[in-house]
Design a protein around this ligand. Sequence first.
Ligand code: ADP
Length: 273
Amino acid sequence: IECSRSFLVGYVKNLRYINALVAEHEKTKTAYNAKQEFLATVSHELRTPLTAIKGSLQVISSGALGPVPPKMQHLFNMANSNSESLANLVNDLLDLQRAESGRLDLHLEPIELGAMSIATVERTRPYADEFNVELKIEPPRREFWVNADRKRLEQVLVNMLSNAAKFSDPGGQVEISLAAHDEQVTLAVKDHGIGISEASFDKVFEQFSQVNSTDIRRHGGTGLGMNISRHIMQAHGGEIDFESVEGVGSTFYITMREDMTERQPELTDERRY
Ligand code: ADP
């Protein structure tokens, strides 16, 4: 796993180089095609060995071969968490390739954003607990229906929530809220964390880009999450953006068109409680 990890780091460096090339030559066709081909090859070629590694680890953890000896437990845990990081990176690379070639293939359905947010916050809570950060969702005052791909929208929300948690100080709080105006729904994730300097605003949605070079070592991540999230929101005809003050905190928000056909009347406090 260590070996495929350094192998991957090499790949990511190559991708950064190709990205720079694309920017330098104003997206000349050749450079762009090289990047697309490279992304496709890497993401598909890595999937097979990674599936084999994960399968082997699963057999060990199932206990079918006997219990893991206590002396090996630490190494086993490390192998598990590293294969998990590799799987995340490979999935991000696959998503990036799909997004860039316009093949995100959304499966749209009516989704009630309030219920979906509450469920996603609950699923992300254990991750935020690792940073000792509390996720607080404001109870929505009414239903907010949108037409969206459930998995993709959850992916965007998980990205926003996990970033808010990992860039907050221990003991911090993250507030999630929903609002609607002019037939648009906005879901906001507000943290009181490290914030982003104005000079780095452009980097947030760039590929493989992290605002702070120490972020990779301290927080992990690939610098792809926000770029993919923007692709996903744009494919929905929506948007993702943020406001931030360095040292004070950030608010990341997504905006999409409200599906008025599903809209229910606003609940009064009496009816809610
Ligand atoms: P990563 O995999 O590093 O989280 P993302 O694409 O999700 O990559 O985010 C890109 C960069 O934007 C992060 O590395 C970080 O520097 C910055 N960023 C994103 N969300 C926040 C936040 N809530 N607070 C501070 N910085 C953030």
